[in-house]
Design a binder for this molecule. Structure first.
Ligand SMILES: NC(=O)c1ccc[n+]([C@@H]2O[C@H](COP(=O)([O-])OP(=O)(O)OC[C@H]3O[C@@H](n4cnc5c(N)ncnc54)[C@H](O)[C@@H]3O)[C@@H](O)[C@H]2O)c1
Length: 437
């Protein structure tokens, strides 16, 4: 896994060689190939990106079945790639060696093709906490340039302009371009990743059903737009009700694979991790495999049955069942409301942090760690299909995730999970008119 991640990270960057110590040895080598250093560097980058693209493609197709030997076999059987590899070897001694060296270099001028990410609701509170972290490299990595496409309502455009001025004022080296739009067809055009934050907030006296309907319309329009102008995009829904909004967007994007859509339950996961770490008196990194099942709502089930704390079973460390049932689960499930009560506003910075972590892992891989994401139910865990249900997944570099299989479910957990499933089915029924058959 570590090798896969390393190779994939390499494949995503063709880090600049020009300003590096490598350039010196490169220049020496280029003399033997009778090329100027600059020409040699350029040639090497071109060849490398050809090989990188092939590696990315293979990794996307094969997920964790990807192996380096298989990659080289495929290169050997593809004349264009074989030629690229042989020229690459003429320019440098050894591909593996140069990859490792490029990987270990600090990023110089950044020449990898930018990732284009659309953020909706960009002028809102979460948008404000999120955009600067994307532009600084926290979402896609410290050597990965980004194009930002910012989508918000017409009335929010003046505020969005102000946010863009601030982004410019930061002079982020990774931020290659930035555009604003109020039309989803423009805002999503050509994006690789989309983070759908923008949603209608619940106003005073508004019924949950009315909120659901208002948001359902937004996400059906956005699903259609994604289908038309960004059919390869990987989509993360943050705006509430997140699971059902993801279902609506996906159902309105018939040319896209439902697996391209996810809804965010990462904030619930990090909330749960903190609660457990505090209770056990350990650091958060020592807590692993906390799972969020179900809906991003009060019906969710934060589960530590499979978790470990400092490598021991969490249930053997946190043995206070009453605390788990009466404090831990309700605190995590109702944390959003508690924060609104305390702050007078919905969680924004922590939600943005979770969005960074969710997309980062989806793009770069979770390095074997379990992370929770609401994804299309496929019938495992008795969930049926036709809803977006949060489950543990492991992410692999390049936008691949796989459900964790073989997780045993005890009767108490099954009951909690079923409660959340029923709520999602109810939500789905409430927006059935927006789900094309
Ligand atoms: N999944 C989670 O863990 C989680 C956590 C916190 C908040 N949320 C949800 O995220 C959403 C955004 O929260 P916020 O605090 O940023 O709200 P906010 O009200 O501050 O900002 C929302 C932004 O979305 C914009 N918007 C509304 N409709 C839009 C549309 N059709 N297209 C594009 N933009 C549109 C608004 O103009 C506004 O700028 C809410 O639905 C909130 O409940 C989810």
């Amino acid at each position: 896994m570590a090798m896969l991640q390393r190779l994939a990270q390499l494949s995503r960057r063709s880090a600049s060689l020009a300003s590096s110590p490598f350039a010196a040895s490169y220049a020496a080598r280029s003399m033997s190939t009778k090329m100027t250093p600059a020409a040699a560097i350029k040639a090497m980058e071109g060849l490398q990106s050809k090989l990188d693209d092939a590696m990315q493609k293979m990794m996307q197709e094969k997920g964790d079945a990807f192996s380096k030997n298989e990659f080289y076999k495929m290169v050997d059987e593809t004349p264009e790639l074989k030629e690229a590899l042989s020229k690459y070897r003429e320019l440098d001694m050894d591909v593996e060696w140069s990859w490792a060296r490029i990987r270990s270099m600090k990023a110089g001028p950044l020449t990898a093709p930018p990732v284009t990410v659309t953020v909706t609701g960009a002028a809102g509170a979460i948008g404000y906490a999120l955009l600067f972290r994307i532009a600084s490299g926290e979402m896609f990595g410290p050597s990965q340039p980004v194009n930002l496409k910012l989508l918000d309502l017409p009335a929010a455009q003046p505020a969005l302009k102000g946010v863009m001025m601030e982004l410019n004022d930061c002079a982020f080296p990774l931020l290659k371009s930035m555009t604003a739009a109020d039309d989803p067809m423009k805002g999503f055009a050509g994006c690789d990743y989309a983070v759908l934050v923008g949603a209608k907030p619940r106003s005073k006296g508004m019924e949950r059903a009315d909120l659901m309907k208002a948001n359902a319309e937004i996400f059906s329009v956005q699903g259609k737009a994604l289908n038309a102008v960004a059919p390869k995009a990987k989509v993360t829904v943050v705006g509430n009700p997140a699971n059902t909004n993801a279902l609506i967007a996906s159902a309105n994007a018939p040319d896209m694979n439902p697996d391209q859509f996810t809804a965010m339950t990462r904030l619930d996961q990090t909330r749960a991790e903190h609660q457990i770490a505090e209770k056990a008196g350990v650091t958060v990194e020592e807590v692993d495999r906390v799972v969020i099942w179900g809906n991003h709502s009060a019906s969710q089930y934060p589960d530590i049955s499979h978790a470990t704390i400092q490598g021991k079973w969490a249930k053997e460390v946190v043995t206070d069942e009453a605390w788990l049932k009466n404090e831990f689960i309700p605190t995590v499930a109702k944390r959003g409301a508690e924060i609104i009560g305390a702050r007078g506003a919905s969680s924004a910075a922590s939600a943005a942090n979770a969005a960074v972590a969710h997309v980062r892992d989806w793009f770069l891989g979770s390095d074997g760690r379990w992370v929770s994401m609401a994804v299309p139910a496929v019938g495992d865990f008795g969930m049926g299909t036709g809803i977006f249900y949060s489950v543990p997944v492991v992410c692999y570099p390049g936008g691949v995730y796989k459900r964790v299989g073989g997780v045993s479910i005890d009767p108490a957990s099954a009951e909690m999970m079923e409660k959340s499933r029923l709520e999602l089915v109810e939500e789905r029924n409430a927006v059935a008119h927006l789900l094309p058959k």
